[in-house]
Write a protein that binds this ligand. Structure first.
Ligand code: SAM
Length: 239
């Protein structure tokens, strides 16, 4: 698909941030590696040898590398409005020999064919960037519409009510965690300003309500690292 640079404005992951993502994300996001490892095992349990997966907010393509290497019969369609992130993902596909099994789209969920073609979807560390003004729900509905009945979705998001003592404590601990993982103190402060501006926290109960409203069921909480959680859910209907 042709690149649509105007869409890049809809994500804070611009051409400047994208090349730094892979070298910093593990120090920024507690549990990033284990989240991806857990997703690999969860999806292997749900899917057969042949499957087509939708990777929403594919970023630099780590989901495709991990899942594609472990499952030679799986194919992927990944989308992301950031042209810079998709460029990084394309380079990863070339490096890892996965380019033939991965279609990468610069764009939003609405740019994909609406047919229920996918056997599974991931939405990892993406939906927290969308405001709860209909945008989170539209993303989940857009994914549900493109999944076969009974297909799994793996969601991971920063979450929790942001006006609580728990939130304040975990934000403080998260700062200490980043500093202990070698990030420059100025970059840490910049990162927290980025979070304050771009991340739209909602409580887990709201995530469940959004998932239900979008047509997902059987929700299971499988991961938690400070404020980042992971859930497995299934598109309503029989497979
Ligand atoms: C923290 S990265 C996560 C990337 C990848 N899923 C991972 O786990 O490494 C968030 C990604 O979400 C993308 N994003 C932001 N808004 C989006 C939207 N409306 N639709 C799809 N992706 C979006 C950003 O461009 C960015 O690449």
């Amino acid at each position: 698909m042709t690149a649509k640079p105007d869409k890049e404005k809809k994500t804070p992951f611009d051409a400047e941030r994208a090349p730094r993502y892979d070298s910093t994300i593990q120090a920024v996001m507690p549990g990033y590696q284990s989240l991806h490892a857990l997703v690999k095992f969860l999806l292997a349990d749900c899917l057969g040898d042949e499957a087509h997966l939708l990777i929403a907010g594919v970023g630099t393509g780590l989901e495709i590398e991990i899942l594609g290497n472990a499952n030679p019969g799986w194919r992927f369609t990944g989308f992301d409005p950031s042209e810079g992130m998709i460029d990084q993902a394309k380079a990863r596909m070339d490096r890892t020999g996965l380019a033939e099994r991965a279609r990468l789209v610069v764009g939003a969920i609405d740019d994909l064919d609406p047919a229920p073609a996918f056997d599974a979807a991931t939405l990892l560390l993406v939906m927290h960037f969308l405001p709860d003004n209909g945008a989170k729900l539209a993303m989940l509905k857009g994914i549900a519409q493109r999944l076969k009945p009974g297909a799994p979705l793996v969601l991971a998001d920063l979450h929790g009510a942001s006006d609580t003592a728990r939130h304040a404590r975990l934000m403080k601990v998260w700062r200490h965690w980043q500093l202990a993982h070698g990030l420059d103190p100025e970059d840490v402060e910049k990162g927290f300003r980025f979070i304050a501006k771009n991340v739209h926290f909602v409580p887990e109960t709201r995530l469940f309500a959004l998932l239900h409203e979008a047509g997902f069921t059987g929700i299971e909480h499988f991961h938690q690292a400070f404020l980042a959680g992971g859930w497995l859910a299934f598109r309503h209907g029989r497979s």
